[in-house]
Design a protein around this ligand. Structure first.
Ligand code: WAQ
Ligand code: MG
Length: 283
């Protein structure tokens, strides 16, 4: 969907325009259970249209929400962090067991312990909020696998991140060039980019909770965004996110502030490699 373009870049590059940017957050639920959410940063002139887009998205879900929250917050442009998107590559593995074991291998190589990976995969695969999907992400000690988020039902929600207009167009084109056309990929890449730059962050592991979206990824500053087309079986309703942190360096208050209130605009795409066979990826 390119309808979000021409939002930010013009106002940021035109010195005559007041650079008023807004964070828009949407979350939708049914009988108290999270169904969908979205995060955007847009200029003032795009507020109405974006709110409408997000409402539409919430109501398009197969499960109709009975509660939708849309929040708008002004962002001071002086406080914007500009980041380049992580490099992205897909590792072509078509069965879940192999994909999870290769994802573990990558995570262990960059400092997540075997026990932490196992705990993360078990939690994601069985509903990390006492058998239900979380609205946000787990924060996990990369060594012990202990969960550190302050609310285990809700998790931490990362917001205030988006692509600039120019980078949005480039990302759509560059991802399309390597066969990635789903808006989920672009949105997850943006989120993973903000997350990877968080203080004391070691790595992220994610797969969708949508029963018919099976792809997931491992991401970190060192590895970039490494996708697997099948990190879970089709029709599996469980998914989520785990942020592994270095406990000896982490300050949870600082981390929460970064995730929830520091604004990140992504103004460029990283390296986009076509899909690789596992042997070539690990060569
Ligand atoms: N902050 C923290 N956690 C979040 C956020 C957020 N902004 N958004 C979603 N989550 C958590 C929450 O627990 C969801 O249940 C879970 O992640 C999955 O969210 O092709 O679509 O939006 O490369 O279903 C990854 C692969 C897709 C994309 C991820 O996630 C690709 C996806 P979903
Ligand atoms: Mg979902």
């Amino acid at each position: 969907m390119i309808s979000g373009c021409c939002r930010i870049w013009d106002s940021l590059t035109d010195p005559m325009e007041p650079n008023e940017l807004y964070s828009i957050r949407m979350r939708a639920s049914l009988r108290g259970e999270h169904i969908s959410g979205a995060e955007r940063i847009v200029s003032q002139g795009q507020l109405e249209r974006t709110v409408q887009e997000l409402l539409q998205r919430a109501r398009q879900k197969a499960e109709k929400p009975d509660h939708i929250v849309v929040k708008l917050d002004e962002i001071r442009t002086a406080e914007l962090n500009m980041l380049t998107a992580l490099d992205i590559v897909t590792v072509n593995v078509s069965d879940v067991i192999t994909a999870r074991s290769l994802a573990s291998r990558i995570l262990e190589k960059i400092g997540v312990s075997g026990i932490a990976v196992e705990r993360a995969i078990n939690a994601l695969g069985s509903g990390a909020a006492a058998g239900k999907n979380m609205r946000g992400a787990m924060i996990m000690d990369a060594r012990s696998g202990e969960r550190l988020e302050t609310d285990e039902k809700r998790g931490v929600r990362v917001s205030r991140f988006d692509w600039t207009d120019a980078a949005l167009v480039t990302s759509i084109n560059s991802l399309e060039d390597i066969g990635l056309t789903h808006h989920r990929t672009r949105e997850a890449l943006a989120l993973a980019t903000k997350v990877a730059h968080a203080p004391a962050l070691v790595a992220e592991l994610c797969w969708s909770d949508d029963p018919d979206y099976t792809a997931g990824y491992v991401a970190s500053l060192g590895t970039g965004y490494v996708r697997f087309p099948m990190l879970k079986k089709r029709n599996d309703p469980y998914g989520g996110r785990v942020f592994f942190v270095d406990r000896s360096r982490v300050d949870l208050a600082v981390l929460y502030r970064y995730f929830q209130t520091e604004a990140v605009l992504i103004n460029g795409i990283g390296r986009c490699r076509p899909a690789l066979e596992p042997a070539d990826y690990f060569a």
